[in-house]
Design a protein around this ligand. Structure first.
Ligand code: ACO
Length: 448
């Protein structure tokens, strides 16, 4: 972002004409006016600090809980236009990438800014493929979890533990180290995810197979039984999973990515930062929503119960929400949800139709014509249909968010790399507005 020099023209409130690319702010407390530069459709919050009532005044701050209108960085990775339903990675529309690319091509694009040529792609796939094994002690760590531990809890803990296996990861300013950690993270997260699933079933782990593609290998690690011969993931399901990975790979400054950048800003190693980002993703308002959608569809149980459920949501009964609906940025439609809905039919042609699909379709039909949802611009998001596909593929509900974390790892690392290369960034440290008690004297316990 162009760092326009802050030029503060003090004026009387009567004269408010200023430069074209500036915002003139009149402070009625003092009668002074200020020209604050505008660049890329933003003003700098720090430029407000000069607005003071007197020498002892700290200066004006902006107050923006939940970052509703605050850009925390510049980025060249992902573009979203929420009103038009546009999502692009490095300028390429998500629809084209989902149709024409493999997930590993897209992860390369996110990380390096360009689609790989044939040689670059071959090397990239090789490097990821040859880092999929995990340390045997990490496998033993997985063994220590209870059989009913949530797969996201196991994933978060084991990703964090990876920082202890690769102490070179702390050398975040060494490009060669960063590259090694990038290979390791993208390659090993699926292995950890699959091991977490196998552990929850009490089944032996299936090691990665270098003859298989990224998505094929993941399905193999999930569903192959060591005793059974001849398991080969169905190509339609492999393709569907790969497309789902592409759709989930990045989504600019959402909750999880903001955490990745925030942890990264303290120069922690990337495993600790990815573990933190995954923890943010785990929440039901974020990536955990895909799991909640399935629970909701099961709770509704039948198409005839849909109107009653919608009525309960509108009354806000028990804080009930229509899970998989609504988005902070998309206020028209989520382009990822459109692609997933189309793909669901292909998957069901192999697996058989998921009986919950009819309930989902009816929910969507009613919600899209109901004033409550229309006025609030609530549309199906990426999580509304993805869970139905995961379930059809045979993945248990509790593992859905893990399937989100696998591809998002590429986006997190791309955003982390961009952060470290951005000379404007410093340790993330928001301000607060203190509303607690003013200074008061200590009261001994017997007098309280
Ligand atoms: N069902 C019912 N009402 C909803 C829903 C919903 N899913 N989402 C928002 N609303 C209502 C709110 O109650 C609020 O109504 P009000 O104005 O009468 O108070 C209004 O719509 C605005 O909602 P906010 O919560 O202020 O919107 P925000 O941008 O903060 O939240 C969020 C976005 C968290 C995604 C929200 O829509 C939600 O909770 N959706 C359900 C969970 C979900 O599907 N999350 C996945 C998002 S995609 C992702 O993270 C990968």
């Amino acid at each position: 972002m162009a760092t326009a020099e802050v030029k503060t023209a003090e004026k009387t409130s009567a004269s408010v004409e200023g430069p074209r690319d500036a915002l003139t702010i009149v402070d009625h407390r003092t009668g002074r006016s200020y020209d604050v530069p505008i660049a890329n459709g933003t003003i700098r919050a720090l430029d407000l600090r000069q607005i003071k009532t007197g020498p002892g005044d700290f200066g004006l701050m902006s107050y923006d809980p939940a970052y509703m209108n605050t850009a925390s960085c510049t980025s060249r990775i992902t573009y979203i236009d929420g009103d038009k339903g546009i999502l692009r990675y490095r300028g390429y529309p998500i629809e084209q990438l989902a149709e024409k690319c493999s997930y590993l091509e897209v992860s390369y694009l996110l990380l390096y800014g360009e689609l790989p040529n044939a040689k670059q792609y071959e090397e990239w796939v090789h490097n990821i493929t040859y880092h999929t094994m995990i340390h045997e002690s990490l496998k033993k760590l997985m063994d220590t979890f209870n059989y009913d531990s949530h797969p996201m809890g196991m994933l978060i803990a084991t990703v964090a533990a990876m920082s202890t296996f690769y102490p070179d990861a702390r050398d975040i300013h060494d490009p060669a180290s960063r590259t090694r950690q990038t290979y390791r993270l993208i390659a090993k997260v699926p292995t950890l995810a699959a091991f977490a699933y196998k552990h929850s079933l009490g089944m032996p782990y299936v090691y990665p197979d270098n003859d298989l593609s990224y998505s094929e290998n993941f399905l193999n690690m999930l569903f192959k039984m060591p005793a059974a011969h001849g398991y080969r993931p169905n190509p339609t399901l492999v393709k569907a999973l790969d497309v789902l990975f592409i759709l989930h790979a990045d989504h600019e400054q959402n909750c999880g990515t903001a955490v990745m950048r925030s942890i990264g800003s303290s120069h922690a190693d990337p495993y600790s930062a990815v573990a933190g980002a995954a923890a943010a993703l785990y929440g039901p308002l974020h990536g955990g929503a895909n799991e909640e959608v399935l629970k909701m569809l099961r709770e509704i149980g039948s198409v005839s119960r849909v109107p009653e459920f919608i009525a309960e949501v509108k009354q806000g009964k028990g804080g009930k929400r229509l899970m998989g609906f609504g988005h902070r940025v998309y206020k028209n439609f989520d382009p990822r949800a459109k692609i997933i809905k189309r793909m669901a039919e292909e998957v069901f042609s192999v697996t058989g139709r998921n009986p919950l699909l009819d309930i989902a379709l009816e929910l969507e039909r009613i919600a899209l014509q109901d004033d409550y949802f229309v006025q609030r611009k609530l549309y199906p998001n990426v999580d509304f249909y993805s869970g139905l596909i995961y379930q059809a593929i045979g993945i248990p509900t509790a593992a859905f968010t893990v399937l989100f974390a696998i591809p998002r790892t590429s986006g997190w690392i791309a955003q982390w790399g961009e952060l470290l290369g951005d000379s404007e960034q410093k340790i993330a440290r928001p301000r607060q507005v203190y509303l607690g008690p003013a200074e008061r004297s200590f009261v001994p316990m017997e007098k309280r």
